[in-house]
Design a protein around this ligand. Sequence first.
Ligand code: BGC
Length: 757
Amino acid sequence: MRRSVSEIVAQMTLKEKASMCSGKDFWRLESVRRLGVPQVMVADGPHGLRKQAGEADHLGINDSIPAVCFPTACASAASFDRNLLRQLGEALGQECQAEGVAVLLGPAVNIKRSPLCGRNFEYFSEDPYLTGELAASHVAGVQSWNVGACLKHFAANNQEYHRQVASSQVDERTLREIYLPGFEIPVRKSQPWAVMTSYNPVNGVYAGENKHLLGDILRRDWGFKGFVVSDWGAVNHRVNSLKAGMDLEMPGCRVTDKEIERAVLTGRLSMKTLDEAVRRIVAAVLRFSEHRSPAVFDRQAHHHLAAAMAEQCGVLMKNQGGALPLAPEDRVALSGGFAKAPRCQGGGSSHINATEVDDALNWAQKLGFRTEYAEGFSAVSDGRDEAALDEAVRLAGASDAAVVFAGLPDSWESEGYDRRHMRLPACQLELIDRVCAVQKRVIVVLHCGSPVELPFADKVSAILCMYLAGEGVGRAEARLLWGLANPSGKLPETWPVRLQDNPSYLYWPGDGRTAVYGEGRFVGYRYYDKKELGVRFAFGHGLSYTSFAYGPLRLSRARTRDVEGLTASIEITNTGRVQGSEAVQLYVAPEKPGDRPLQELRGFEKVTLAPGEKRTVRFKLPGRAFAVYNEALGGWYVPQGGYRLRAGASSRDVRSEAKVWVQATRQLPFKVTMNTTLGQLMEQDALRPLLQKYLDRYGDGQARTNRSAVAAEAMNEDMQNATMYESPVRALRSFGGVGGMRLQAAVWYLNRKLKKS
Ligand code: BGC
């Protein structure tokens, strides 16, 4: 019989325990053979397996074994499809089993705060709910193979600039509502084996030493049971990080092992804390090693899967006059280096050694379509080649349609640094402009991990955004362009008209010591909506070659309580002539938003329908769908009131609405002090009648005083009222002549009345 994890830990020496808390080397964990703890390894993630067999590094410098590159998170998020992420996770889990990898370092669930973040391509969305739901499916898929998933980077790591030292300054409500649900949802739903802390401090405390993040939130509030690992080289103070709940340091570091030993021997670190960390790590090692499956994975099958997934991720942003799909008889001019050398992933630690990358040019020809190609510009830089431009323009003018394959060169978007602007290379913009002058039917295909400015958007006929869709991208592009597949992706982020419109613009990227999240909760559409700002393409937008009709939105109840929630359902009909899929979105909009966003995504479901087919889509909305985080309460709270539920094809294309009244069972804590305003007292049901009586008396007194016309003009009735409601209790000393003792007694009395209510 094998020993339990506790028995194993009990028999380990201090030295063994300390060294278990950091890797053996770059990718492998320590083993304790005498106690049956074998050696296992971890590898990047998140959209493919980056297993380094030779020289190791965390920056993508040295080669990794050949593996399949699936769509990166920015692309897979556009699928709005939990099943796709589940499948993607399963494929990765299988590859991990086949290659003996115990934990895959992904998914990465940081919020896309600014389009400039170099690592945006690894992240899902600007929206926490979409991020969290998709990540939960990814994690469940990986772990279905008894391989651990590792959510990263916890937390508030939304830029590359000074990512190892700049403190992210974020208020608690913003953290809980925007930057944490991407972690919270998969932790609660799928229990990842591991969570990786980010490099940066959060509000002055390194994420890996942050008791609030790791202890209060991750473990206590969400019930995380796995182990916490540092990002590679992120450890600042090893002993403090262990105390805070960061179990495993990577890569291996013998220096800090000694620090741990010394801290235990001198009483600065309890053996209990160390044991707890070791227990969590050993549990994961055994979980993997005891459930090894003799998986072999079929690379070709996974390549096909990657291509099929890429089809689900392409977003048809614009399609004027049915410019797409192209017809088999059309003579089509292809240009742009990305047609031949598509960018399908980004640089850095997630870079996959993809051996078979499909390109659109080859696939269009393979499928028998009539195409000719002139490069026009290179995919790797902003070099201007006059002859190449001329040739591409000439070809475009002599064809029935022109497709320009544009995008960000690899070196413009990578882990390690941020973009400096949001533009495409000038040579690409020039070619698109010149092609538009000679050709009416111009289609632009985009390859990028995050929004770029699209100055040509009104000029071209169609735009297909592929993001960075993995190694099957070219086949997917050919099939989507010629209508063998129907686009169904939706934008997982807003595409602003220009960088300056982005809410983080005033604060980004900070002074190097701090990154101030001054826009607070108003990230992405939450900001653009509230500002009523025009955008290039809205969050959730994406067209299809068919059309969908939305029936009325029906609710299981018109009134509900925060503890109950409700179900919303809507019938969707494919009213066009081809099969298609629609990601139906559900937004919750408070009738009195106050300081809240106007609407927030709280549900999405993707349906595939044949022409004429209908299906009812259902959304389950728990109380949390209406909630805000309240710091005083230290928890979630639903403001009582009316809410509109809005079902739409995008955040700005709402097709059907319904109203619900939500009753709150949880009250915000309220205590009367000398500094509570009379207005705040009036908001309390239990105090209002009493206060009203007092104010009526006071108001009568005021009315009786004979005021001159000048005085009345200086202070009208509205101002009088406002002044009164804005006055704190203590002001009654000066204006009401009430003595200090009497006021103290009144405060005590009001609090007692509140308690009794
Ligand atoms: C990245 C992580 C990655 C790790 C190991 C770090 O630089 O931030 O995402 O998992 O390296 O390669």
